[in-house]
Design a protein around this ligand. Structure first.
Ligand code: SF4
Length: 482
């Protein structure tokens, strides 16, 4: 999929048992996690003020190398952001400072996920603090934790007490004033979070995705479990659970679109999942065609899988212009600017002209760019059959992905809440101008990932929000803005 969805951040934390400077580890990890957010970034290192900048990491490093190199210490946290709640200005960048800096219960926090704000604001009032105007979900969670930590003295108790109000998803890392690192994952495990070991600096490293460990030459130890708090300090790594995981709810979107193909989530390599799903699509939809073409970049392994299973040649018929601003990145921008980004995809005419193209994409959210790719980029093709690795998205996501308004979702717009795949395939094909559209189904998704359906969050395709503590109220984008 091209730039349709905003991702919802990457987090990192590092603690060196031998006091090595962890800033280079944090920066390298954030650069590797850049695909999870490009709006702003930041880091907090023990005994240094929090540093936050708009844009992507390397841009700031080019300009402010001398300043950044002076931020050094034996533990720290970092964040790359794209907003799913709150505004997208640098004032909402993370890490967020929580509490008075003169107080030994203050901390800095980075968060991947989305939490219901109303319930956190209400709870905060009950604890005797007024929610700040325009506070993000992360800040509200942090302030609640701050009050509870002062009252109960331990992270585990603070999270146990706050957990009933934590409605949504969170994979987060906290830096305490004494340098302790606290990594926490919600009890459903929607978003990934894993821990590794960097031998050279004797450091534990917590990252959203294992691809960051790979780049550092660090070893993946394991995923942080749903409901787990991992605390890292001079005594090493200690783990406790603040909640029992009744039912895992992995977000399958991480596997099909968000995560880096080289990442391993719960022991499953994302690249393999995408390729498996391509094979499954080839069996489900044995479409006649001359070439299999991926929409760059995330659909490439699925297209390879489709090509392998069908025997139809794989071709790079669409390429991203890597040297234009945003062209080489996965770009997440406002809906009205999407056409601009799609324009940075260039078709290789010789590959597509006069051919029956089997176009593989990971998903359709609003349908805007699929329509442009089919109608304009692939003009000259004899026919275009569009196959999608993710099932129809009919309901909004309240667990960290930015498709929060149902009215915008193409499958809903053309078919309402119908789950009739044939009807959705037909109507979406009419809308995007393809000869044929074939969505994956839930069974194919589950088989491709290698996890049972009941361990996946499928709310955006089924409307079953039982993995949340309370069902969300659907709002239009306009209502949310207000
Ligand atoms: S609603 Fe969809 S995108 Fe959101 S967490 Fe669930 S599966 Fe992932």
């Amino acid at each position: 999929m091209v730039c349709l969805v905003k991702e919802n951040c990457g987090v990192v934390g590092a603690f060196s048992l031998e006091g090595y400077n962890v800033t280079p580890l944090l920066i390298a990890s954030l650069e590797t996690l850049q695909h999870r957010g490009q709006e702003s970034w930041g880091l907090a290192v023990v005994n240094h003020e929090t540093f936050k900048r708009p844009g992507i990491v390397f841009q700031s490093i080019d300009v402010e190398y001398d300043k950044i190199i002076r931020i050094n210490g034996g533990s720290g946290i970092g964040h790359v952001r794209y907003s799913t709640t709150a505004k997208s200005t640098v004032e909402y960048a993370q890490p967020i400072d929580i509490g008075r800096m003169t107080d030994n219960k203050n901390f800095r926090i980075v968060h991947n996920g989305t939490l219901e704000r109303e319930i956190l604001a209400e709870n905060l009032k009950g604890l005797g603090l007024s929610p700040p105007q325009g506070a993000s979900d992360t800040e509200l969670m942090g302030l609640n934790l701050y009050v509870l930590l002062k009252k109960h003295g331990s992270w585990i108790e603070a999270f146990e007490k706050l957990n009933p109000c934590l409605n949504g998803s969170f994979s987060l890392v906290i830096l305490a004033p004494n340098g302790e690192i606290v990594a926490v994952r919600d009890e459903r495990g929607f978003r990934p979070l894993c821990i590794g070991w960097h031998e050279e600096t004797s450091s534990y490293i917590v990252v959203s995705e294992s691809c960051a460990l790979e780049v550092l030459g660090a070893k993946l130890i394991r995923d942080i479990e749903p409901g787990e708090i991992a605390i890292i300090n001079r005594d090493g790594l200690k783990s406790e659970h603040f909640a029992k995981c009744e039912k895992h709810a992995h977000c399958p979107f991480e596997y099909t679109y968000f995560a880096h193909p080289s990442s391993k989530i719960e022991g499953i390599t994302v690249y393999n999942v995408r390729k498996n799903i391509g094979r499954i699509l080839a069996e489900k939809y044995p479409v006649e065609g001359d070439v299999v073409v991926p929409v760059p970049d995330s659909a490439r392994p699925a297209a390879l899988g489709y090509s392998e299973r069908s025997g139809i040649p794989f071709e790079e018929g669409l390429l991203k212009d890597r040297y234009r601003r945003k062209g080489g990145w996965r770009s997440f921008i406002e809906p009205e600017k999407r056409e601009v980004i799609v324009s940075k995809i260039v078709a290789v005419k010789e590959v597509i002209e006069g051919k029956r193209v089997i176009l593989i994409d990971d998903s359709i959210v609003r349908g805007t760019s699929s329509k442009i790719i089919v109608g304009s980029k692939l003009r000259g093709a004899k026919s275009v059959s569009l196959l999608l690795t993710f099932p129809p998205i009919i309901y909004p996501c309240y667990m960290g992905i930015d498709f929060p308004s149902q009215e915008e979702l193409l499958a809903y717009k053309v078919c309402g809440e119908s789950k009739n795949l044939e009807e959705i395939n037909r109507k979406v094909a009419e809308y995007v101008g393809a000869s044929f559209v074939g969505y994956n189904d839930i069974e194919g998704l589950s088989e491709g990932i290698g996890l049972p359906k009941n361990q996946l969050c499928l709310a955006c395709t089924t409307g079953d929000y039982s993995c949340l503590k309370r069902r969300p109220i659907f709002r239009s984008r306009e209502e949310m803005r207000r």
